[in-house]
Structure formats: C-alpha cells, structure tokens
Design a protein around this ligand. Structure first.
Ligand code: B1M
Length: 213
C-alpha cells in the first residue's frame, strides 16, 4: 500500500483535485508537517508533470488540471505554512507585456511556479512597464517573468527592462522572458537574465536564479 504522500503525488499527476484535497486532509489528520506534505507530496507530483510535459507525454489541458489539483492542495496548506512562518522558495511577479492579451502560457508558468513552492504574484496581461515597476516596489520579488505571444509585443519586453533600469530597480530583480516568438538570443539581446521555452523550463530557471540571489 503506497503512502499518503505517494498517493498525493499520483493525484496531482492525474489531475484529481477531489482526491488530492482528501489526501491533504488525511495527511494533516495523521499529524504530518504541512511543509512535508508540500515538499514530498504535492511538489514531486508537479515535478513529474513537468517532466512528462517536456517529453510530450502530457498536454496543456492535462497540465492545467494538474496545476488546479496542486492549487487545491496548496489552498489548504498555505495558511498553515504561513502560520508556521515557512519560507517559500521566493517570489515571482508574472505578467504578459503591454499590448498583448494572451495569458494561457503565462498562467501555466504561474501555476507550475506555485507548484514548485514560489509565491506567485500574477499582474495579468497587457501590463505596461510602470505596473511591473509598481509590483517590484510593492512585492520585492526575486524574479520578474514577462510573457509575450506576438512579434509586435515582444519589443515591449525590452522597453520594460529599460524602464526598470531607469527606475533604479534593475539590480533588485532577475528578469526572465518567454512566449512563442521569444528565444534565448532575443533574451540576451534585451539583457534579460534568462529565457524559458516552456513552463517547466521557466520554473527550473526561476529555481536556479532564486537560489543564486
Ligand atoms: Co492569438 N495569436 N491573437 N489569440 N493566439 C497567436 C499567438 C498566433 C501565433 C496565431 C496565428 O496567427 N497562428 C498569432 C501571433 C502571430 C505573431 O505575432 N507572429 C496570434 C494573433 C495574430 C492574434 C491577434 C492579433 C489576432 C487578431 O485579432 N487579428 C490577437 C491579438 C490580441 C492581443 O494580444 N492584442 C489575438 C488574440 C487571441 C485571443 C484573445 C483570441 C486568444 C488568447 C486568449 C488568452 O490567452 N486568454 C488567442 C489565442 C488562444 C492564440 C493561440 C491560438 C494559442 C495561444 C496559447 O494559448 N497557446 C495562438 C496560436 C498558437 O499558439 N497555436 C495565437 C497555449 C499556451 C500554453 O502556449 O502561450 O506558447 P504559449 O505558452 C507556452 C510557451 O510559449 C511558454 O510556456 C508556455 C507553456 O509551455 N511561455 C513562457 C509563455 N509565456 C512564458 C513566460 C516565461 C517562460 C515561458 O517566462 C516568464
């Protein structure tokens, strides 16, 4: 018989939110530490989802269901973790840049980053540079993540980085970019700190940047 935490990981992979909520409650009833339930139940499930998505064995709708399942479990644990003063890995502010209304990919990155243990502040789509700047001042994130899906809006990423520099905040954050028309060469050109080709790779990048900061 597998452990509650193993079954919780399996529920996340299967996108079975109802079961994951039951299993989180069962683990808490057994006296398990909320951080242990997060680190050894929910997170390994979401890590496996990332691996399968990258391999092409899972597709966007399934990943969204897994992310919802992860969020359902996290909703129960979040107040308990906060009460225990548990440190999350870091904070990520995410937005789709000015002029761009596409947010599905950005949402996927946010859900997976949350699943990996980040606090995610989603500032939406069509976000002008000044809103990114306000969010840096308000939330003091480790990482700013910008998404763009149009060749016409990817330029707004560079404008946003310049605005963050001009506001004197560039050394306070790492900046990553992603979205279909964006690539690593473009990211380097606009002086971003990194590029994620998909949601799992964006999360891996966030983890390495947060641990280095
Ligand atoms: Co639009 N659209 N769209 N659209 N749309 C595209 C992007 C397009 C490629 C379709 C096409 O022509 N074949 C094309 C862009 C062409 C170009 O610029 N080269 C296009 C166009 C032209 C337009 C309009 C201009 C159409 C019009 O009105 N004439 C218009 C623009 C509106 C605007 O933004 N100002 C428009 C509008 C829309 C809708 C509003 C109808 C809708 C968006 C709804 C929404 O997002 N809530 C929409 C959609 C759905 C698409 C397609 C069909 C799907 C996009 C999507 O969600 N993919 C898209 C065609 C396509 O891609 N097949 C298309 C799924 C998503 C999971 O993938 O977003 O790539 P993606 O995210 C991936 C990675 O890119 C990466 O990780 C994600 C998951 O692995 N990633 C990041 C994304 N952000 C990241 C951030 C990171 C790291 C990784 O770090 C921070």
């Amino acid at each position: 018989m597998s452990s509650v935490l193993e079954r919780l990981s399996t529920a996340v992979i299967a996108g079975d939110a109802e079961n994951s909520v039951k299993l989180v409650h069962r683990a808490l009833d057994k006296g398990m530490d909320p951080k242990d339930i997060l680190d050894n139940g929910l997170v390994p499930g979401m890590d496996e989802v990332g691996i399968r998505f990258r391999r092409g064995d899972m597709f966007v709708p399934e990943v969204l269901m897994s992310a919802d399942t992860m969020s359902a479990g996290l909703d129960i644990l979040r107040p308990l973790l906060a009460a225990a003063g548990t440190q999350l890995i870091g904070t990520v502010v995410l937005g789709t840049v000015k002029g761009d209304l596409h947010d599905i990919g950005k949402n996927l990155v946010g859900m997976m980053a949350e699943g990996a243990g980040f606090e995610v502040i989603d500032i939406g789509f069509n976000v002008p540079p000044e809103r990114f700047i306000d969010a840096i001042k308000e939330h003091q994130p480790n990482i700013i993540g910008m998404s763009a899906m149009l060749t016409t809006t990817m330029r707004a990423m560079g404008h946003t980085i310049r605005a963050i520099e001009e506001a004197g905040l560039r050394d306070k954050v790492k900046i990553i970019v992603g979205g279909a028309p964006v690539d690593a060469e473009f990211a380097t050109r606009i002086t971003a700190d990194g590029y994620g080709s998909n949601a799992p790779s964006a999360v891996e990048l966030c983890k390495s940047l947060a641990s280095a900061s």
